[in-house]
Design a protein around this ligand. Sequence first.
Ligand code: ADP
Ligand code: MG
Length: 360
Amino acid sequence: MAKITLDNLAHSYLPNPKGEQDYALKELNHDWVDGEAYALLGSSGCGKSTLLNIISGLLHPSQGRILFDDKDVTHAPTTERNIAQVFQFPVVYDTMTVRDNLAFPLRNRGADAAYVRDRVQQIAQMIGMEEMLNRKARGLTADAKQKISLGRGMVREDVNALLFDEPLTVIDPHMKWELRTQLKSLHHEFGHTMIYVTHDQTEALTFADKVVVMYDGRVVQMGTPQELFERPEHTFVGYFIGSPGMNVLDATVSGDKAVLNGTEIALGQGFGAVSGKVELGVRPEFTTLTSGDTGLPVTVKRVEDVGRHKIVRADFNGTEINVIAEEGSSISPDANRIVFDPAGINIYADSWRVAPAGEK
Ligand code: ADP
Ligand code: MG
């Protein structure tokens, strides 16, 4: 197990990158703490696989260094890095049995036969394939093959880190939940440094202690699920995480007041003068629909009952605002205002969060 340090790392797939836009991975300094379970979350194409492949050594970065426990491995081949990596699609040896596939990484390292037998049995149980150990991998479903890939990734106990690149894409939904639980318990048992790549926020938030959010080749925030919910550092984090995501509205801010299309809102905290493209972010959980003459004037467009609560879609001057209302609540037909709980308001300048005066 190891701490992994990314020092001034950046990567472009182009031979002569001109500017920032040519980089799939923009300059990044980051420590992955030894023994933590991370989720790397972001939409397709934001650079997650690029980053993972640089850590494992499949890809050589155009700039910067990678350190394992402070030792420079930037130029070390994958085998020397001692990392297990599981990919989105199965990588199995078709002509081998399930057992031999699972045993492969252990035998490769010269583990003794009794240990291999026991460990393979243990892993087969984790992935629910004990009954299939003697079958050839050829002819198994994609689902089963991916479970073998996962098992092979987990079989060695002595790796520096475990990297998973959207490993559950081809797995059916029920098994997904079960395998994710297995991965979590594996982490508790062995305390490996784990990086789990996904574009699915539920997967990220349930798997990891820390979630690293990427957007357009950049890490925009690393934090606990609660931090990402309460204080999104970038508007992308706000609307990518949450269901529905954070409402982001054009505003002007001065001191402890914001003005949204002519309506003044109390922010509860002072911000000084905020410049650039100023936006106010507030999650649907911190908004309330009312009637009367205080709050933002809105028109209710739709009410969706999603079981645990209702989602109200309202129109504010051409922009949609989502409100979460309690399950049993009734939506008054003359509801025409939305008020925000100041505790749930974040202010952004050019998409980045502005800390209020006096924030720790
Ligand atoms: P993600 O895993 O988050 O979906 P990737 O790391 O695969 O994203 O890709 C990041 C960006 O780099 C994308 O714009 C993608 O098109 C580009 N890219 C990925 N792999 C290559 C490659 N081998 N050659 C050129 N461009 C690539
Ligand atoms: Mg990818």
